[in-house]
Unconditional design. Structure first.
Length: 80
């Protein structure tokens, strides 16, 4: 099966204190964080920050998870 390619990042999951985005693999942490904060502001004083490796909420998954639908994109979780 051929994986599709998308051209722009998107928010894929929103929780009370968490957010998941699907962004191009070559996005830097800053680009991904800027996208998260611009596209879905927290509404409070704190900003979205990347859930880093070692965070128990990642459950031993990598910080950047390969998107199953788009070969050149990854999913990144954020917390506020």
């Amino acid at each position: 099966m051929r994986k599709l390619s998308i051209s722009k990042p998107e928010v894929t999951r929103v929780g009370l204190c968490s957010l998941q985005v699907c962004v191009p693999k070559n996005y830097t942490d800053k680009q991904a964080t800027d996208f998260a904060n611009q596209s879905h502001p927290t509404g409070i004083n704190s900003q979205w920050v990347i859930r880093k490796e070692g965070n128990p909420d990642l459950q031993d998954d990598p910080e950047r998870q390969q998107c199953s639908k788009h070969s050149d994109f990854v999913h990144i979780m954020f917390d506020c």
